[in-house]
Design a protein. Structure first.
Length: 566
């Protein structure tokens, strides 16, 4: 069967959009669609389609720009109130010769009538709905880039208009995902979570309202096992987002900061060269990054060294390289090497900066205790080790807070120990508002909320200490065998063994499809509250091992803690 790729689906929409309009084109985007496109197409890719200009329709400077009647405008916008207002203003005083309107989601008919009234010069040539409404991170991972969904877990009567808009954005993103991936799914949700039930019900209603869009999908799906969309509650596993991750993509995201595949190195590396201050780390545009997405730090160091040595041979340079520091020095000293391979230079600098941060903030020491807290039961020893770590100068206040959060989740009824650890954090300079996160986390995702015993079920968390080898001088090769709770849930789902008592099907009036009684061959898992790159790695591993079943994790945002030093 064809690979279920969210990247391919989004690319197909965007390519069809720019290819069907001839001549010189300007691409009009908004704050979100510029990110959606940049995730799947490079600037050079866009230029190959005769797109000579990219503009933000919501930019303050856009209204004052000169007319360019020799160009046709391809508008790729989310159907928001702000965008309809900007578009109406633009059509009343058009800058371009023609306008081709493509919206990322369903547009209510009542929104199009006022827009048509503004088209006095009859410059709008077509209006289409192209359902590229998510940020495709990897082929099997996408995000909605929402800031926070924590308040959605409160009673719906207390929601403000902001929470309502976040909720609707989730529904829109999931509706678009089903259409992009050409699937009409059976919807399953976390029984212990009212929010996932609300999302399931609302999404099912939206699918029923837009059933005409799914007609061809239903025909194509006939005869195959019903696809499944699983809504997973982040609160069922609050541990995984708190663990230090040791794969390349995860480390770049957490330690350097990555937004829409862009890394701003000048925020963490004060001496970064100008051409490396702002870099693209995209698995779609960078073969080395794609190959090493899930490489652990030790293997990454060795693979980077191999890459440098390969180019050394091509430049006939015999400089000896035995450490990350020597790799960095080699790249700095040979400008012809930089010119020959800016991509290799980029990765050497990134790996070097990761190594510096890991050493400077004692992340290896902290990670060992993290694994023990997550996977074993020894309250007295864990408390002693944590107090000792908090006294270490290089353990940052944020790293200390993260460890205390893990301790509180593991031993949430050890009130005295938790209280004493809060005082230790206070002495380390952590503010009271951040210390308050300990109690907030227990209210948000304590044992009273979760539908499983996260720490006792060894199929969820298997204790395995880090294995450290010395395959590369100056770099510890760290393997963590921790498997996320999500991996266990999704494995059961793919085998047709996931209990309906814990993850029931959404049924009732307007139900899109009958519940699947056989193992699905296509699954999308949406993590309400944000997923991690560790979970994406676990799903990628499951995709390699499961016979014929394709899984896609997604979330409202990437679960990420603060960068050390922030």
């Amino acid at each position: 069967m064809a690979t279920l790729s969210i990247v391919a689906g989004v690319q197909e929409y965007i390519q069809a959009m720019v290819d069907r309009i001839s001549g010189m084109k300007v691409l009009l985007l908004d704050e979100e669609t510029i990110g959606i496109i940049s995730m799947v197409f490079s600037q050079s890719d866009i230029l190959q389609h005769e797109v000579f200009l990219v503009e933000r329709i919501d930019a303050d400077s856009f209204a004052s720009q000169d007319k360019m009647r020799h160009m046709n405008a391809v508008c790729f916008l989310r159907p928001t109130n702000k965008n309809f207002l900007k578009l109406s203003q633009e059509l009343k005083n058009p800058k371009y010769n023609e306008y081709h309107l493509f919206f990322t989601n369903v547009v209510p008919h009542m929104r199009l009538e006022p827009l048509a009234c503004c088209d006095e010069y009859e410059v709008v040539k077509q209006v289409q709905e192209f359902f590229a409404d998510v940020y495709a991170v990897n082929h099997d991972l996408f995000s909605l880039n929402l800031q926070s969904t924590v308040r959605l877990t409160e009673d719906q009567g207390r929601w403000t208009s902001y929470e309502e808009s976040i909720f609707e954005r989730i529904i829109e993103g999931l509706l678009a995902t089903c259409l992009t991936l050409r699937m009409l799914p059976a919807i399953r949700y976390t029984d212990s979570c009212d929010l996932t039930r609300q999302i399931a019900h609302r999404l099912q209603t939206r699918i029923h309202e837009e059933q005409s869009l799914f007609e061809t999908i239903v025909k194509a799906q006939k005869g195959e096992a019903t696809p499944v969309l699983l809504l997973f509650d982040r609160r069922n596993d609050p541990v995984t987002p708190l663990l230090q991750q040791w794969t390349y993509q995860a480390m770049v995201h957490e330690l350097l900061g990555m937004h829409n595949n862009i890394v701003d190195l000048k925020k963490v590396a004060k001496d970064a060269r100008p051409e490396l201050e702002r870099i693209v780390m995209s698995p779609l545009q960078d073969e080395f990054f794609l190959t090493n997405l899930y490489s652990n730090f030790g293997d990454l160091g060795q693979n980077t060294r191999n890459l440098v040595e390969k180019y050394q041979k091509e430049t006939k340079n015999t400089a000896r390289i035995e450490s990350i520091e020597e790799m960095q020095r080699f790249v700095d000293e040979y400008p012809e090497f930089r010119r020959m391979s800016g991509n290799v230079s980029k990765h050497v600098n990134v790996v070097s900066e990761l190594s510096r941060i890991i050493d400077a903030y004692g992340l290896l020491e902290a990670s060992q205790l993290e694994q023990e807290l997550a996977c074993s039961e020894n309250q007295k020893e864990h408390y002693k080790s944590l107090v000792d770590l908090l006294k270490m100068a290089k353990i940052t206040p944020m790293e200390g807070l993260r460890l205390v959060l893990l301790f509180a989740l593991r031993y949430e009824h050890e009130y005295n120990s938790i209280s004493q650890l809060k005082e230790q954090l206070r002495q380390k300079g952590v503010g009271d508002d951040q210390i308050g996160l300990v109690d907030q986390l227990l209210r948000y995702a304590g044992s009273q909320v979760r539908n499983s015993d996260l720490f006792q079920n060894k199929s969820f968390l298997q204790f395995a200490k880090n294995v450290v080898t010395s395959s590369f001088k100056g770099v510890e090769n760290v393997y963590t065998q921790h498997k996320s709770h999500l991996a266990s849930v999704v494995s059961s789902l793919a085998k047709g063994q996931l209990k309906e008592t814990s993850y029931p099907y959404m049924q009732g009036k307007g139900s899109s499809v009958a519940p699947a009684r056989e193992p699905p061959r296509r699954c999308v898992v949406f993590v309400v509250g944000g997923c991690t790159y560790e979970e994406a790695r676990d799903i990628a591993e499951l995709n390699r091992t499961l016979d014929g079943c394709r899984l896609r994790p997604s979330e409202d945002r990437m679960a990420c803690r603060a960068t050390p030093g922030d």
